[in-house]
Design a protein around this ligand. Structure first.
Ligand code: PLP
Length: 428
């Protein structure tokens, strides 16, 4: 493939935009460098780049584009918003409709508030948990990503139950000392952390199904134990469903797994492709938020009519019969085909799939936690990524990300993808 226009654009971007990208994960740093491909047009499951190359897309913009690009129902909602005003700074009927839709789909959210991003939503759930409990510390799980607010850019300390260290320059040691990071899917270190700091913990923050070191499901009973132990210690449980809300079913991972948090943060899919976040939870906790309570959270753009109307349109598409079943069916074909191709070419992989989302890890181990994901082969992944790109299959440029199917993918797209996988594995 010829990428000359993408390359030129990247050189120009480097002069004006830091690192040439507006989010680090878009750079090709994790896959051996080079110019990221600049896309020009997208419709359904397809992309065309600035050089005219065509791709089947499994990035789905890191999750939000579950209906495929430029879905007509969402486009119509966006057009309506453009024609009737995209930002009012007043209440609207749309936000009430949408709040009701979210509550109906995820009943643990008794009250909702909209934000502009998943980062803001998670950041505020932590603030509210602190306001409610009068405590400062949080526990989170290694490898889960919760946006880029200071408190969640903290890595594990040296042992399982040690206080964190800053994971980013600019995050103070004092902030890091308020965060404890323990391994996902392992209840003992979590118990240890609670034994040591239980009376200081405001909230336990977790991706109920992990999407940020690949797709990793909780082992049976893990979330139930986390919930119980957290509550016994007087801490709130916060589920970060920014990726998982409406990804696997019409509802959250909490509905799929039948486990209920006190607070939930969401984003991505619920905006139908426009910027959004939302959080919600038990009434008595949510009433701590201004204007009812002392915990402050606000936003000029929050609940803007454009994001809300595209969000409603997206959920209307997802509510149709058979939508999730079809993504699951195609995901199954993809998984089976990938494993068969790996066997044909003696490539060692593990596939973690849940319905329409999957991750290929280059390892012979099962992946349950971040350490295992980290130990998988990034160099082989980088070669695989580039071999797929050259064949017109657009994946996320990181071994930690998922492939996302959308309602726009067809069996024929999946078959073409499997042919590309076969060639990529052959040439690894
Ligand atoms: N939480 C999770 C689980 C995410 O995956 C992300 C983004 O990838 C965020 C929070 C942050 O959301 P946003 O990028 O909208 O700020």
């Amino acid at each position: 493939m010829n990428y000359s226009h993408s390359e030129r654009l990247h050189e120009e971007a480097l002069e004006h935009i830091v690192g040439g990208v507006n989010s680090p994960s878009r750079s090709f740093k994790a896959v051996g460098g080079g110019s990221p491909v600049a896309m020009e047009r997208a419709t359904g499951a397809y992309f065309w780049d600035v050089d005219g190359n065509h791709y089947i897309d499994y990035l789905a913009a890191y999750g939000p584009i579950i209906t495929g690009h430029a879905h007509p129902h969402i486009t119509k909602a966006l057009q309506h918003a453009a024609e009737t005003g995209i930002l009012y700074g007043t209440p609207t009927k749309h936000e009430v409709t949408f709040a009701k839709m979210l509550k109906e789909a995820m009943p643990a959210m008794e009250k909702v508030r909209f934000t502009n991003s998943g980062t803001e939503a998670v950041m505020t759930t932590i603030r509210v948990a602190r306001a409610y409990t009068g405590r400062d510390k949080i526990i989170k799980f290694a490898g889960c990503y919760h946006g880029h607010s200071d408190l969640v850019l903290v890595a594990a300390g040296s042992g399982p139950a040690t206080l964190g260290t800053p994971d980013s320059a600019g995050v103070t040691k004092k902030i890091a000392s308020e965060v404890i990071t323990v391994p996902f899917n392992d209840i003992e270190p979590f118990k240890e952390a609670l034994a040591k700091w239980g009376h200081e913990i405001a909230g336990v923050l977790v991706e109920p199904i992990v999407g940020n070191f690949g797709i990793v499901e909780p082992v049976p009973g893990f979330l139930e134990k986390v919930n119980k132990l957290a509550h016994d210690a007087g801490a709130l449980v916060i589920y970060d469903e920014v990726i998982t809300a409406f990804r696997f079913m019409y509802g959250g991972a909490q509905d799929l797994l039948n486990v209920k948090p006190d607070l939930t943060a969401m984003g991505k899919i619920i905006g139908g492709g426009l910027p959004i976040g939302a959080y919600g939870g038990r009434v008595d906790i949510m009433e701590k938020i201004a204007p009812l309570g002392p915990a402050y959270q606000a936003g000029t753009m929050a609940g803007n009519p454009a994001s809300i109307q595209t969000g409603i349109a997206c959920l209307e598409v997802l509510k149709q019969d058979g939508v999730y079943e079809e993504m699951d069916r195609l995901g199954g074909i993809l998984e089976k085909g990938i494993l068969e191709a790996a066997a044909r070419h003696n490539v060692t992989i593990t596939v973690n799939r849940l319905k329409g989302a999957l991750t290929i890890y280059f390892t012979d181990q099962k992946v349950y936690n971040y350490d295992q994901a980290e130990a998988t082969d990034g160099e082989i992944f980088a070669r695989f990524f580039k071999l797929m790109l050259e064949q017109g299959i657009n994946l996320a440029p990181s071994k930690y990300e998922a492939w996302f199917l959308t309602t726009a993918h067809t069996e024929s797209d999946v078959e073409k993808t499997l042919q590309a996988v076969d060639i990529a594995f052959k040439n690894l």
